[in-house]
Design a protein around this ligand. Structure first.
Ligand code: SF4
Length: 403
């Protein structure tokens, strides 16, 4: 006998108010041209169903795991960001890809799909605070600083040679980054990674150079380096783009093995060591299962850590009657709890922790986007310029070629 799902309390703290192009003063995001249906419209489900049916195979709707149930019900496929981009690429007959996720995901879908396909984000304010923490100009400034720093290469059968630090660094970016950053990484012989293959990507990178510049999620970089590859915490330094020279001395950069960008996910960053202690006191025998975007001390205190797909598989495979506290986005945790009534699945934090930019995509925006397509207009198309897309594809292809 297990306890039913308990809804976390509302948090007084507003989360992720900013989306790409949003208005921080009003927190309203960007306007939709045309008429956005009212959220109270009782006909929304019927309207979405009718619009999707009218478009038939011309439209393919992708739903990220963190999306609301009201949106997920219309997804042709659900998954994490990389799975969804590949699903879109595998449907060249679909003229329109409606991406129910956030901006960087729609960019990745545009990069990987045929040029004739149009990728649509139902609300342009659906950004990602983590991706927005690494802006191309800041990253280029950091890279130029690395180029200005000399290192002495260890002798390889000859005299030690002076070279610049950047020559020794392989950039690695998490999938959760803008197309600009993926393009930068592709131009500089690096690789993209996901939370599932970060260890493989880092292993490959350390075969190419002796240091990694990891963007934009410090936690995924640190957790993978320390917990999966045996690095010391001291091998990692944190580059803060808001401080001169990243707040690091030349010596710190020369001796570091991992240079972490100061970025994080505002959702997963909410879980604390106290959340873990509190749930262990509250739920006897609980297994704590968290995403690697969580802080290092939280991941260390957890029983299991893994990507969104890993979390789904772990709960599918868990024995009936087992108890779990899950540290990831709330829409997904609630959906998993309701899908597994024979297991006790609880949210790791006591308060609500949605990704509010993901939540910008609601049923009214989806209805609006689908009905615009039916009317022959293409709303909110996401396009990546060809040069950036080319280099981003290089970094993505390198990921696909990882051993
Ligand atoms: S959950 Fe975090 S990483 Fe994912 S879209 Fe939201 S802010 Fe970005």
């Amino acid at each position: 006998m297990t306890s039913p799902w308990i809804e976390p309390a509302n948090s007084a703290t507003a989360l992720l108010l900013l989306g790409r192009g949003s208005d921080p003063a009003s927190e309203r995001g960007v306007d939709c041209p045309g008429d956005l249906p009212a959220a109270s419209d009782p006909g929304l489900v019927a309207r979405a169903t009718a619009a999707k049916a009218a478009l038939g195979d011309r439209v393919f709707v992708l739903g990220h795991h963190y999306q609301r149930d009201e949106v997920i019900q219309f997804a042709d496929v659900t998954g994490d960001s990389f799975k969804l981009a590949r699903e879109a690429a595998a449907r060249p007959s679909a003229e329109f890809i409606v991406f129910c996720g956030v901006h960087f995901m729609a960019e990745s879908a545009d990069i990987l799909t045929d040029s004739s396909q149009k990728v649509i984000l139902p609300d342009l304010a659906a950004g990602c605070s983590m991706a927005d923490m690494a802006v191309l100009g800041q990253v280029q400034t950091a890279w130029e600083h690395f180029e200005d720093l000399d290192i002495t290469e260890p002798p390889r059968g000859g005299k030690p040679q002076k070279t610049n630090l950047a020559n020794d660094i392989i950039p690695v970016t998490y999938m959760n980054s803008s197309a600009d950053i993926k393009g930068f990484v592709g131009r500089n012989k690096g690789v993209v990674c996901t939370s599932s293959n970060a260890k493989r990507a880092l292993t490959w990178a350390y075969e190419q150079g002796s240091k990694v510049f990891f963007l934009p999620d410090q936690h995924l970089g640190r957790n993978t380096a320390v917990l999966e590859m045996g690095f010391d915490l001291d091998d990692c330094v944190l580059y803060d783009p808001h401080k001169p020279q990243g707040g690091l001395t030349g010596e710190q950069l020369r001796t570091a093995r991992m240079i972490l960008w100061r970025g994080h996910c505002s959702v997963h960053g909410r879980f604390t060591l106290d959340s873990v202690r509190e749930v262990r006191d509250r739920v006897p025998g609980v297994n704590v299962l968290v995403h690697p975007e969580c802080r290092h001390e939280v991941v260390r205190a957890a029983d299991q850590v893994g990507s969104t797909e890993y979390i789904i598989r772990a709960l599918d495979a868990a024995p009936a009657g087992s108890a779990w506290a899950v540290g990831t986005e709330l829409n997904l945790v609630r959906r998993l709890a309701l899908a597994h009534p024979d297991k006790q699945i609880t949210f790791l934090d006591r308060t609500v922790c949605y990704c509010s930019t993901m939540n910008r995509i609601d049923l009214p925006h989806l209805v609006w986007a689908l009905e615009e397509l039916v009317a022959g207009r293409v709303p909110n198309q996401i396009t990546v310029d060809e040069d950036t897309a080319h280099h981003a594809r290089v970094a993505l292809d390198q990921m696909l070629a990882l051993p």
